[in-house]
Design a binder for this molecule. Structure first.
Ligand code: SME
Length: 164
């Protein structure tokens, strides 16, 4: 199974890459409903199979702030207020935020100075906001509409598999 995950790494078109990611994710989620276990494996799958990332992981909504959850990459800021930074903005809007240049995003929160672009997708279970999934890249303009669509559908699969 591990080889199956490696097959998604970097190869092929963006569409093929996300089709591989979705297949691998469906395999990881099969028979497991735990939110922490599944988001931990999701962060690891994304981080190890998509190219040019320096961070991938979750923040969970706790009261009116986001608190760090399972992730891969360097240690990160633990708490983010609703509406603050890219993560808090995506959470407040309940919509994905794609930032081609983090230096041009007013209020971007620097966790790793190497990060140059970012994509944050809300974790929604029905109408309930669970948190956000955040990806960072050291490359400016790393994320495109195809990445947003691919991660949004992967997150929908992830959320539908988890007990909240
Ligand atoms: N840059 C994010 C903070 C989280 S880290 O990148 C892991 C933000 O502006 O919300």
């Amino acid at each position: 199974m591990v080889q199956q995950y490696a097959a998604a790494a970097g190869a092929g078109t963006s569409a093929e890459r996300y089709a591989d990611l979705h297949r691998a994710l469906a395999g990881l989620l099969a028979g497991e409903r735990d939110l922490i276990a599944n988001t931990a494996n999701f962060a690891a799958l994304v981080y190890t199979t998509l190219p040019e990332l320096n961070w991938a992981g979750c923040y969970f909504l706790r009261g009116n702030e986001l608190v760090l959850g399972p992730f891969q990459g360097r240690p990160a800021c633990v708490r983010i207020a609703m509406g603050r930074g890219v993560c808090g903005t995506a959470a407040a809007r309940r919509a994905s935020v794609l930032v081609p240049d983090v230096h041009a995003f007013d209020g971007h929160i620097v966790c790793d100075p190497l990060s140059r672009s970012e994509l944050v997708v809300p974790l929604l279970k029905g109408d309930t906001l669970i948190g956000v999934f955040d990806m960072d890249s050291p490359l400016p303009g790393r994320f495109e509409a195809a990445d947003q669509a691919g991660i949004e559908s992967a997150v929908a699969l992830l959320m539908s598999a988890c007990r909240s």
